[in-house]
Design a protein around this ligand. Structure first.
Ligand SMILES: C[S@@+](CC[C@H](N)C(=O)[O-])C[C@H]1O[C@@H](n2cnc3c(N)ncnc32)[C@H](O)[C@@H]1O
Length: 302
């Protein structure tokens, strides 16, 4: 698609669709967030740490997530290897949409595309030339595909079935809680998602709780620093802004990977408990001191 058309399509999609308000279970008002009457037409009017939160992309635009141009524009063939996943890893794809990245992650953490091992039959027993699986389904890594729109999960599930991918667990989350098991995930990926969380602080807190010690959380966002990236401003993020918003969370920045044509890959790691610093005080979006900080003895040295 030529650039002007591509732009027009994206604008139309983002203006036309909004997430259902019932997807949140958090109080409507919080001092972390402010509502402003004057705002970007593509934004929600809701602000967090100086950034306007974008409108959620609705399921009506699901086809846009499967457009063939994504291969060239986003280079998933570069993104997935950059995550350095291992077979057997547990990964969460938050805001999974139609599963465009979920399917690629499932293959990366699974075994040879993760077909289920064939059931043994009597004919197999002792038969020559039968290749038996060398692994069990439980050994394959898992991908939690988290969405707040059930319609997206329906599309995602059908596509998984079509590709015979079995190591994905679809999860219906809320705007504040991805509903992941605690300390269970090696890596959390958000591609083009974080900027539209209406409760980014609460979401990150809950995602950190789902990470294993030392687990990683990865933001893939269109580069806000680069005016040549043809995406509306509220749908892009700068690295500075992402790092600012994570500064009150128990995360440490690891690296920013700049190999993709239009997006940056910003990687954080969950701090081990002994490394956690007391959070900054005051100001919207800052975290209260962690329980660990409150409880630790005065002479504590990490
Ligand atoms: C622009 S789409 C990106 C989908 C997918 N990551 C991709 O790149 O193909 C953003 C998705 O994030 C979802 N989303 C927004 N807020 C969410 C939240 N708090 N938890 C889970 N999903 C969320 C939306 O429903 C939407 O499907």
């Amino acid at each position: 698609m030529k650039r002007p058309l591509y732009l027009a399509a994206f604008v139309a999609i983002t203006i036309a669709v909004q997430a259902d308000a019932t997807h949140t279970n958090a109080p409507a008002t919080s001092p972390r967030y402010t509502q402003q009457a004057e705002h970007d037409p593509n934004g929600s009017g809701r602000f967090y740490m100086g950034r306007e939160i974008a409108q959620v992309m609705g399921h009506q635009a699901a086809d846009w997530l499967e457009r063939p141009e994504r291969e060239r524009e986003e280079r998933p063939d570069l993104l997935v290897p950059a995550l350095r996943l291992q077979p057997g890893d547990a990964v969460a794809d938050i805001g999974a949409g139609t599963g465009y990245y979920t399917r690629r992650l499932a293959k990366a953490v699974g075994r040879a595309g993760c077909p289920r091992p064939a059931a043994r039959t009597n004919a197999d027993n002792g038969a020559q030339g039968v290749t038996r699986p060398t692994w069990q389904p439980s050994e394959a890594g898992v991908v939690y595909a988290v969405e707040i729109q059930p319609e997206m999960l329906d599309i995602l599930t059908n596509k998984l079935a079509g590709e015979k991918i079995f190591n994905v667990k679809p999860v219906l989350g809320t705007s504040t809680d991805p509903k992941l098991p605690p300390a269970a995930v090696d890596l959390i990926l958000m591609v083009d998602v974080y900027h539209e969380f209406d409760h980014p602080f609460e979401m990150v807190q809950a995602m950190v709780a789902a990470l294993k010690p030392g687990g990683r959380i990865v933001f893939v966002e269109f580069r806000g620093e680069d005016p040549s990236v043809p995406i509306k401003i509220v749908h892009k993020m700068t690295e500075v802004q992402v790092r600012k918003e994570m500064s009150g969370q128990p995360l440490e920045w690891v690296e920013t990977i700049a190999t993709l044509p239009q997006q940056h890959i910003i990687v954080f790691r969950k701090q081990r408990q002994a490394e956690r610093r007391p959070a900054m005080r005051g100001g919207a979006g800052t975290e209260p001191p962690s329980l660990f900080a409150l409880r630790r003895p005065a002479n504590f040295r990490p």
